[in-house]
Structure formats: C-alpha cells, structure tokens
Design a protein around this ligand. Structure first.
Ligand code: ATP
Ligand code: MG
Length: 252
C-alpha cells in the first residue's frame, strides 16, 4: 500500500519514509447568515465522531458558535477536538501554530462565518477536500445561494483542485413548493443533491446539549439519523475517491 495511509510507507531504496496520515477536511460555507452552517458543521462532526473517526471541529466564525457548542458537549459523548480559528493571533504566535491540528486527526470539519467571500473564501476552499453548502428552501435564500455558488465557481478552485460541492437543503418541510423549486435549481446547476435535513426541534434540542443527531438515541430520531447516514456516507465516499485520485497522481 502506498499514499498517506498511516500504515503505508514509500520505499526509497534502504530508506523507508512513513508519512503521517493527512486529515480530510470538509468546509461548511454559505455567505448567507442563518442558513444552518453551524448546525451542519456540528452535526457532521458528531457523525464522524460516532463513526470513531478522530475529528476536529474548526471554527472560523468570530461568533464562536461551534466552539460554544463543543464546550457544552458531555464527557460521555464521542470525543471531538476543537480549534477556535477566529480572532487575531497574539504576540509571537503564528496563525498556522494557533490552528495546528492535534496529531492523528482523521477528519476536520470547518464552520465558517456568514459573508465569506474573496481571498478568505478561496483560502478556505483551498484548505478543504469537499465543500458543503446549506441552503434554506426560500426564494431569498435560493437566490443568494446561487450567487455564492457562482462566486465559488469563479474562483476556479473546484475545477483546479478537483473538489466536490454538495448542496444540502436545510430545514425542509417536504412536499412544499419551495422544496421542489430548490430541487429544480440544483439540477439546473448540475449539482448532486444527496438529501436534505428536516426542520425539526431535534436540532435545537441536541445543539443545546453540545450534541448532534448522530449522538441521540431513540425511535423519534431514526428518520433524521437515516438522512445523516446518507449525507455522511456520501461524503466518506467522495473523500475516498479524492484520496484514490491523489494516490494515482503520486504514482505517476
Ligand atoms: N434543520 C433545522 N431544524 C430546526 N432548526 C434549525 C435547523 N437548522 C438550523 N436551525 C436553527 O436555525 C438557527 C440558525 O442556524 P445556524 O446557527 O446553524 O445557522 P448559521 O448559518 O451557522 O448562522 P450564522 O450565519 O449566524 O453563523 C439556529 O437557531 C438553529 O438551531
Ligand atoms: Mg454559524
């Protein structure tokens, strides 16, 4: 085996170099405020943690909502590391030192602030393996999401760096006209639509305890859990494909 699997090595004659595992990074972003970035970021981090992936939640939003959620997380829940990437660096500290990941982290979920644009947007995309864009099924949100996706496409980062973008319809009430409008919008853009998350008090209740849907037990969470298994499963599949692609490039 080759590549950056922790058990793998590259053989350079007598010298065996054991590369460190590279974490896979998922960016959650949308310039529009209140569309569910923090909700999706924290729920995805909880999903990875419940799959026993060593996961870090990185918060670039000065509001610090993800960092606050993590403080509420009970000791009994699957562990997550947190990195408060917002704010100025102080004294002699560098940004990369402040944002360094704990060793052995396998998945990083990045929560980003509303209004992400320009070079900050480009940098966040460059650091990510996959981009999740939550959209609320309302005319204003669909309109502004279209502009945001256009801006992402204009950076060229997705094409250059061969990255997938996944739109998730958040707070969906099924069978509404807006849900169908959103579906039509996604197919027009040629973007994959994996699933949606329901508008449910389960999210607010879980968040108040530093938890995500994947942490919850009981019959009433089964349906929402199945959505998360589809979202998480799709993401894992895309990350594996990207990894395969990188290994093929390395072996050339
Ligand atoms: N699927 C959902 N069902 C019910 N409530 C939700 C859902 N998703 C988000 N919310 C609620 O909507 C509000 C906004 O969500 P959230 O904080 O995740 O958005 P955001 O995009 O991170 O906002 P900001 O731009 O301010 O960072 C929160 O009160 C959250 O609990
Ligand atoms: Mg937020």
């Amino acid at each position: 085996m080759q590549g950056d699997d922790p058990r793998s090595y590259r053989d350079f004659g007598d010298l065996r170099v054991i590369p460190r595992a590279q974490p896979r990074t998922v960016l959650v972003a949308n310039a529009k405020g209140g569309c569910g970035k923090t909700t999706l970021a924290t729920n995805l981090a909880a999903w990875f943690a419940n799959r026993d992936k060593a996961t870090a939640l990185m918060d670039f939003d000065p509001q610090g909502s993800s960092a606050h959620w993590l403080k509420l997380r009970p000791d009994a829940a699957k562990p997550l590391s947190g990195i408060a990437a917002y704010g100025r660096v102080s004294g002699t500290e560098t940004r990369s030192f402040r944002n360094r990941l704990p060793r052995h982290v396998e998945r990083v979920v990045v929560d980003s602030p509303a209004g992400l644009t320009g070079t900050d947007l480009y940098d966040r995309i460059s650091d990510a393996d996959l981009i999740l864009v939550p959209i609320l099924p309302s005319p204003i949100d669909i309109h502004s999401a279209a502009n945001f996706i256009r801006e992402i496409e204009m950076t060229g980062a997705l094409r250059e760096q061969n990255k997938q973008l996944l739109v998730i319809a958040n707070r969906v009430r099924r069978n509404t006209i807006m849900f169908s409008t959103l579906n039509a919008f996604l197919s027009e853009l040629g973007l994959p639509r994996v699933t949606y998350t329901r508008d449910s008090q389960l999210y607010t209740r879980a968040a108040a305890q530093g938890m995500g849907i994947a942490d919850l037990l009981g019959a009433q969470v089964e349906q929402e859990k199945s959505h998360w298994n589809r979202i998480g499963g799709w993401i894992e599949h895309q990350l594996a494909l990207r990894q395969q692609h990188r290994q093929q490039m390395l072996q050339r």
